[in-house]
Design a protein around this ligand. Structure first.
Ligand code: NOJ
Ligand code: CA
Length: 714
């Protein structure tokens, strides 16, 4: 017994001697790193003295070259403090403060010839980032990862907003449940998501948003995912310990690395206020500054598209209904048009006219290039060549016309998952884009990946997405990627990569059970933590029965909520996704889309609760206008908007686009009213949002005439 006590004391002493602690700049967060008696590294994170992450393991299993999980010794450790402000090329605010305290611990594994591993922790006021670094060293050069064994041992059975873990898709609906109730096998029922790879009932994806019983908000994700697979999280439902689960490659390995190299940052964003989770810039701060010298060609924009009509089914991507196309040498004159083809020269010109008349900068044209006849599901390699237009689409005529009307064209490259084919052809395709003056590109990765056996979120594909971002930059092309791995803040480093879809977009409302009314109140807390999303808002004609009486699909919001999404779902490239004729039908509501900005000097998260509601105010970049979006889930609520962010002593005109009294996302979605009032920094507006509803407000300095005409909100 005595010996046992002594032994225990000895263990405690040895733990205490190597434990190292740092605090966040404001002191709320505290991180402790230690090696236990077996030389296994672990960390522990508290917020205002409460456990966020209990003692949790760190390390790796290397294929063929052993484990790096224990028997470590500390070689040295260093701390530093960092504080700077930087200016993003575009973003939610003009300046971003990057302020943290850092601890870097160098560990040695003597039994493996002094193999070394550095674990670097950065503690910010809004959370923790840490990563592993494998320095250049004689006994470790090229190696294969079998596993990363990073643990996040949570302090309780938290409420969680999750989607099933998967290697290929992030287009799932969210479920809200306790950690112990997660059952990712629901992925098997979500047949509307085309390419799924179910792994385990206990596996979930990041960004994972959680809320503790005593009101702490915790978000786990990663930053700067480069040359490494994406991380899913395996839940232990008894201990509430989450363990990293990396997406494997075709032969089951996780990553191929060569020293010197680093892992992505593992991030834990923490606050007792939900609004502060949305305001966090931790993930951006952990990414590298851009190395592009000239960024003057990168310009946020709004765009319309020959697009929604394909999703609703009135038009098609394909030109003919020929079921069997072979790309090389195929005779397109033998194919007759099906009469539904969307991307014709004539229709493109009509869209250009609409954009130009309404001050929308860009036009996306999908289905312009040959190959769509059998693009889906065939797992075939040579689907598209990305340079040959269909016979009824004249590249030159369309681009000359766009130029004459000052409209920018966004080219579409659907790879259908055949990435080998795309890599072979992409430079020719970008040259063609330069030739015809297309300065933006939407890519797509629908279907199973080629090289066969690779997954959308594995290391090979992660490298591909980055390769496309860098290559397009060489051609001064801006990028919007659909179906890529979810973002991790790389838009700081590659600012031409404006946005990604990488989650369940509005399109699901056109052809499936769609997105629940709560969906858009969860996305900013999950998917958008890593970067902007091309959600494609702005659908006014919400019922698909409008196009086909037999179709019961619908957008699960009111029209006013579609307007609010331009503010609550951040993207520097924002689509006005509906048909031009639907905008002509609701001209007064369309005014908000015409006015709203896509680049911001300031952002204020006014109210937020994941799964329930979000209200955000943003100030247009370099201008005096403010735009506010307020959304709710399936429950109506009163949004309270205090205008205290406005310049003191100045009066503004607020145009409020809101649900009418009897609006309801399902029963009466297209019922809205527009009211105008004067506001100043003392005004507080209470606005009723319908079930599944929202409100959008534009705020501009009031003219003398408006000062006389409108009433003031006190
Ligand atoms: C899925 C994308 O999300 C959508 O925007 C696109 O229209 C289709 N794929 C076809 O590429
Ligand atoms: Ca998609």
């Amino acid at each position: 017994m005595k010996f046992f006590k002594f032994f225990l004391l000895f263990i405690m002493f040895s733990i205490m001697t190597n434990a190292q602690t740092i605090k966040s700049p404001n002191g709320n967060l505290e991180l402790t790193f230690a090696l236990n008696s077996a030389g296994a590294p672990n960390y522990h994170l508290t917020y205002k003295n409460k456990d966020v992450i209990k003692e949790s393991a760190l390390g790796f299993v290397l294929k063929e070259s052993g484990e790096m999980t224990s028997h470590f010794e500390i070689d040295k450790s260093e701390t530093k403090t960092f504080d700077e402000s930087w200016q993003p090329v575009w973003g939610e605010q003009k300046y971003i403060r990057n302020n943290y305290n850092e601890l870097a611990v160098s560990l040695v594994l003597k039994e493996h010839g002094n193999r070394t591993l550095i674990i670097r922790f950065r503690l910010f006021d809004d959370g923790l980032g840490f990563r592993y670094e494998f320095p250049n060293q004689p006994t470790l050069s090229y190696f294969i990862l079998s596993d990363e064994v990073t643990e996040f041992s949570l302090a309780g059975n938290h409420k969680t907003f999750w989607i099933p873990g998967d290697y290929d898709t992030n287009e799932y609906l969210y479920t809200t449940s306790k950690l112990s109730e997660v059952d990712a096998s629901i992925s098997k029922e979500m047949v509307e998501v085309s390419t799924r790879h179910f792994v385990s009932p206990n596996l979930v994806q990041t960004p994972l948003m959680m809320k503790t019983d005593d009101g702490l908000y915790i978000n786990i994700h990663e930053a700067a995912l480069v040359d490494y697979p994406a991380m899913n999280l395996m839940i232990n439902k008894e201990s509430f310990k989450l363990t990293s689960h990396l997406v494997p490659d075709a032969v089951g390995n996780k990553a191929y690395l060569q020293t010197p190299c680093t892992s992505p940052w593992r991030t834990v964003i923490v606050s007792d206020k939900a609004t502060e989770i949305l305001a966090s810039k931790l993930i951006l701060n952990l990414n590298e500054p851009t190395k592009y010298e000239d960024v003057s060609w990168i310009k946020p924009m709004k765009f319309i598209g020959i697009w929604w009509e394909m999703h609703t089914g009135t038009h098609s991507w394909n030109y003919g209904d020929h079921p069997n196309i072979k790309l090389d040498g195929f005779d397109w004159s033998s194919v007759t048009s099906n009469g539904k083809h969307g991307a014709t020269t004539e229709r493109a010109k009509e869209y250009i006219d609409f954009a130009s008349k309404n001050g929308i900068e860009g036009l996306l044209i999908e289905g312009w290039n040959v190959g769509w006849e059998d693009w889906f599901g065939a797992w075939k390699e040579e689907v598209f060549d990305f340079v040959t237009p269909y016979p009824d689409f004249d590249l030159k005529e369309v681009s000359d016309y766009a130029k004459s009307k000052n409209i920018q064209l966004i080219m579409h490259h659907e790879t259908s998952g055949s990435v080998t084919n795309y890599e072979r052809r992409m430079e020719d395709a970008y040259e063609l884009m330069n030739k015809y003056g297309y300065n933006a590109l939407k890519t797509g990765y629908v279907g199973r990946i080629i090289p066969r056996g690779e997954y959308h979120d594995g290391q090979w594909m992660v490298n591909h997405y980055v390769r496309v971002a860098k290559k397009t930059a060489e051609y001064k092309i801006m990028l919007d990627a659909h179906e890529p791995v979810r973002p991790t803040g790389l838009h700081r480093t590659y600012p031409n990569w404006l946005a990604s879809e990488a989650a369940r977009g509005n399109e699901f409302n056109a052809w499936s059970i769609g997105n629940k009314p709560e969906h858009e109140t969860i996305l900013p807390f999950t998917r958008l933590m890593g970067g902007p999303m091309d959600y494609t808002p702005g659908i006014f004609e919400v019922n698909m029965s409008h196009y086909f009486p037999e179709k019961s699909f619908q957008v699960h919001t009111t029209l006013a909520k579609q307007l609010a999404l331009y503010v609550t779902i951040y993207s520097p490239i924002q689509m006005a996704a509906d048909y031009p004729e639907n905008y002509d039908k609701y001209r007064d509501a369309f005014q908000f889309i015409k006015d709203v900005s896509v680049d911001w000097d300031e952002t204020k998260i006014l109210e937020a609760e994941p799964g329930d509601y979000i209200t955000i105010a943003r100030k247009a970049k370099g201008k005096e206008g403010w735009f506010i979006g307020a959304i709710t889930d399936e429950n109506s609520r009163n949004a309270e908007i205090s205008f205290n962010f406005l310049e003191k002593g100045k009066k503004y005109l607020a145009s409020i686009y809101m649900d009418s009294d009897n609006a309801h996302w399902e029963k009466n979605p297209v019922s809205y009213k527009i009211e105008k009032y004067l506001v100043d920094s003392h005004s507080i507006a209470k606005i009723k949002l319908a079930d599944g509803g929202g409100a959008a407000i534009s705020v501009f300095p009031a003219s003398d005439k408006e000062l006389k005409e409108y009433k003031m909100i006190k």
